[in-house]
Design a protein around this ligand. Structure first.
Ligand code: GRF
Length: 223
């Protein structure tokens, strides 16, 4: 794939932006099928803004509090994304709920990362809840965004063991390492067209990736 064919990506953040940084690092490779053209934060104090600036990426703050309602805020975000010629939008720790209008505007061109193995543990405090339930395997998911929160066709997942002495923080750190691996992988597949949404006869959606079958290895935890 030539540099000319790279898809233009805008990243939305609200916080530290470690996933954003992983995507920016991956996209430094000219062979990567996407380029990060702007980073937008709804918070002026988001730590990720300085990281993006240091990487030479255009950054913008669109403060949701300055707008009268969710849709006015989102229209301002869309205006910025369009001004940068963005084709794909990536949510990386973006802590605002999006309206169906925004989500439909970017249908199948809007992806999110969630720190759990969806459809388990939607919402917040995923690691606390997983530990409270005593699950032995946790993980993370990259998915296309649909109007319902943390719902949408799954692109890539990674699983990690839960250890007996885990705290929410140690589990979060183990999952985050995998987030930084699968988000660049998932974006590359979406940007190159390798991952695409298909529907079955009942209208249920899933992502087809057409990759060679991996060896059938299980993650057994504890082992
Ligand atoms: C990540 O755990 C991500 O899964 C969740 O928010 C967190 C963002 O972390 N959606 P960072 O800002 O990318 O470091």
């Amino acid at each position: 794939m030539t540099t000319l064919g790279r898809r233009r990506v805008g990243i939305l953040i609200s916080g530290g932006g470690s996933n954003m940084a992983a995507l920016i690092a991956a996209a430094r490779d000219p062979a990567y099928p996407a380029e990060i053209v702007c980073v937008i934060s709804n918070r002026a104090d988001a730590g990720g803004l300085a990281k993006a600036e240091a990487a030479g990426i255009a950054t913008l703050v669109v403060d949701h509090k300055a707008y009268d309602g969710r849709e006015a805020f989102e229209r301002a975000v869309v205006e910025r994304l369009e001004a940068h010629g963005v084709e794909l939008v990536v949510l990386a720790g973006f802590m605002r709920l999006l309206t169906p209008w925004f989500i439909e505007r970017w249908h199948d061109r809007l992806i999110n990362i969630h720190p759990a193995l969806l459809p388990s543990y939607k919402g917040l405090h995923t690691h606390e809840r997983a530990l409270a339930d005593g699950v032995k395997i946790a993980g993370c998911t990259v998915h296309f965004v649909r109007p319902e929160m943390d719902v949408g066709p799954i692109i890539v997942q990674a699983a990690v063991p839960v250890l007996d002495d885990d705290t929410p923080d140690t589990l979060a750190a183990r999952v985050l390492v995998q987030e930084h691996r699968i988000y660049p992988l998932a974006l590359a597949r979406v940007a190159s067209g390798a991952a695409r949404v298909v529907q079955d006869a009942e209208g249920r959606e899933r992502v087809e990736t057409r990759l060679p079958s991996p060896p059938a290895e299980a993650l057994i935890s504890p082992r």
